[in-house]
Design a protein around this ligand. Structure first.
Ligand code: SF4
Length: 630
């Protein structure tokens, strides 16, 4: 077991004693010792990462840590672990990302033999990757500085499961995925993210090889995201992209293996054509729609659907008919079979715990089957299987209890603890809830909200996030505010997320208008962010197919979906959104909610009870006075 050489205070230059951090470390230690599950809400600034890492390392057991974001995953691996390594010299940790992040050696060798590269740039990039492949120990694309984020070339040579031939591959022993698995098996700590963890857990159930070795305990950091991610990976999806990927991978394999397979090529063309015709049946227009009318849809379009399934079957047959059949070809035939089964489930399954829906996004049409309630799945596959699961985040409790989280995730009788934040919220933040604006559901709300936003921005001298629950509202308020303020305004959608955030950090007095993706995981410390304005209480869109299926199920089971699900969900989202403001003991600033329902409606009490104890006002003059000191 690794042991600390010296005590932490002498080893960390910025160390300050935080009682909550010590209490949380003790709670984690007790959960590990007693083999119990633990829910630990730790307010921002508690130092929760070290609070769980230290007792875990001291336990000497192998523990998986799963984070909501890649950022946190990398922060733990590249910042916290090296620091702890000095104190616990025996410590071994592995960072694991999704398979698409790693190079497939076999595909690289294949592509070199039969180059199908578009232009000089790709040829040069392949040369660079070839050199890198000889010396890299991880095969992680993050080491390749010149590789564009959305590289078509990388898609052809990454280590995706769909195209991997596993133990039958000639490179298996020296494959980067095999090495990663071996490193993990020799490590005390394995750092993953929720996407990888749940993808792995879902695959385990299908009796495919798991990426993760056995472990004794599990920590979910940013655990408020678990239900969403689990829903995604325990569901099934088919799309026009998935059909196209199978077509492209088949063509590439035939080219690289130099196989003369005219019948297979004909089957690929037929699958593509049938796929296009089938997905064209779905109406135009972005957004998610419920697919409760699947039977009527199939009655009307049985011919198109059957033709697509036949085309998939035809491709599988032709691939299997090839005399020369390298393992890649067998894998493609398997994939054609898996895709047929997925279509069957999404369009024909009668499973009652699933909601069926479809979505158009850009050029994609996605048909999905999502579990309505993941609690039974998580209880059976996770909480009953692993001795100690620790759930932590700054936003888990609602109204002082974890009942909502436990119900949604199927977690029974865990140890529970709320650890106070290290910040003095009453001094550091003012919560402004104006009462003179119309109800946000009224058509004149956007105009009135724009005037109010303008006033608040003058008081805060810009330096604000203005966050919205819908893109339409964001655009309307932005257009109305723009002519009236003199601060640099940034709008989500006009540039990639990271570059917008960079510009926000670098531009004095900047204001960023954004929607849901900026509510979480964004960290801007200091005066550059001095106000967070939110347009309305962030209730999930009731017409969203997954939300409406959950509401229906809870009500049918005798519960009250509004108080049991919709309010607690919105409470956690609001706390996340407001959490962007105070990121250090020196931060000060304003939080504004333009939705008067939080004060006027009885359920508003839960929001106030859950948020940190900010100082409160309904008066704009007080806001102006407060902001003069920020
Ligand atoms: S084992 Fe799979 S991922 Fe690894 S080199 Fe072979 S095909 Fe690629």
């Amino acid at each position: 077991m690794p042991t600390a050489k010296t005590k932490t205070p002498r080893n960390h230059p910025q160390y300050e004693f935080r009682p909550s951090q010590l209490e949380m470390a003790e709670a984690v230690e007790s959960a590990l010792e007693n083999r119990r599950h633990l829910i630990a809400e730790a307010g921002t600034g508690t130092g929760k990462t070290l609070a769980y890492l230290v007792p875990i390392i001291r336990s000497g057991r192998r523990v998986v840590i799963s984070t909501g974001t890649k950022n946190l995953q990398e922060q733990i691996f590249f910042k916290d672990i090296p620091f702890l390594n000095k104190l616990f010299p025996g410590l071994r940790a592995t960072l694991m990302k999704g398979r698409q992040n790693y190079l497939c050696r076999q595909k690289l060798y294949d592509i070199e033999k039969q180059p199908a590269l578009s232009g000089l740039e790709e040829v040069e990039l392949v040369g660079e990757i070839r050199e890198w492949e000889k010396r890299t120990e991880t095969g992680d694309r993050a080491e390749l500085e010149n590789l564009p984020d959305s590289s078509d070339l990388w898609r052809q040579i990454d280590a995706r499961r769909e195209t991997c031939t596993g133990q039958k591959c000639a490179q298996f022993e020296r494959c980067f995925i095999t090495w990663m698995h071996q490193r993990a098996a020799e490590s005390n700590l394995i750092i993953v993210n929720h996407h990888l963890f749940f993808a792995d857990l879902a695959l385990k159930q299908m009796e495919f090889a798991s990426l993760l070795p056995d472990y004794a305990a599990l920590v979910f950091d940013e655990a408020h995201e678990m239900e969403d991610v689990a829903t995604r990976y325990f569901g099934l999806q088919v799309s026009n992209y998935r059909v196209e990927e199978l077509a492209r991978d088949t063509e590439a394999a035939l080219r690289q293996k130099q196989l003369d397979a005219r019948e297979v090529m004909r089957a690929v063309r037929e699958m593509r054509r049938r796929g296009d015709l089938f997905f064209e049946l779905f109406p135009k227009g972005e957004g998610r729609s419920s697919f409760t009318n699947r039977e009527a849809f199939l009655d009307a379009h049985r011919g198109d659907y059957s033709a697509l399934l036949n085309a998939l079957e035809g491709l599988k047959t032709e691939l299997k008919r090839l005399k020369e059949r390298p393992e890649e070809i067998n894998r493609l035939a398997e994939r054609a079979g898996e895709l047929t089964e997925a279509f069957g489930f999404v369009l024909e399954s009668k499973e009652r715990n699933f909601v069926y829906w479809w979505e158009r996004r850009g050029r994609g049409v996605f048909l999905e089957a999502s579990p309505i309630d993941v609690s039974a799945i998580l209880r059976e596959r996770l909480f009953d299987k692993v001795e100690t699961v620790i759930l932590t985040s700054a936003t888990l409790a609602v109204g002082g209890t974890f009942d909502f989280l436990k119900r949604r995730l199927g977690l029974q009788q865990p140890q529970e603890k709320i650890f106070a934040s290290h910040f003095n919220y009453t001094e550091q933040a003012l919560l402004y809830t104006p009462q003179h604006l119309p109800d946000p559901r009224e058509p004149n709300f956007a105009a009135a909200a724009a005037v109010e936003v303008g006033e608040i921005l003058k008081a805060s001298r810009g330096r604000a996030f203005v966050l919205f629950t819908s893109r339409q509202q964001m655009n309307e308020v932005y257009q109305r505010v723009r002519p009236h303020v003199r601060f640099p305004l940034l709008l989500q959608g006009t540039a990639p997320r990271t570059s917008l955030l960079d510009r926000f950090r670098r531009t004095p007095h900047a204001v960023l208008f954004a929607t849901s993706s900026f509510w979480q995981g964004v960290d801007v410390q200091g005066q550059q962010l001095s106000a967070v304005i939110i347009d309305r209480l962030p209730f999930a869109v009731p017409t969203d197919p997954v939300v409406s299926a959950r509401v229906r199920l809870i009500n049918e089971d005798g519960g009250n979906a509004f108080t049991d699900y919709q309010v607690p969900e919105a409470v956690i989202s609001l706390k996340q959104g407001f959490g962007r403001l105070i990121r250090s003991v020196n931060d000060r600033g304003l939080l504004a909610l333009l939705d008067h329902r939080m004060v006027r409606k009885p359920y508003g009490k839960v929001f106030f009870e859950t948020l940190p104890p900010y100082k409160r006002t309904n008066v704009l003059e007080e806001v102006k006075n407060f902001m003069r000191k920020c």
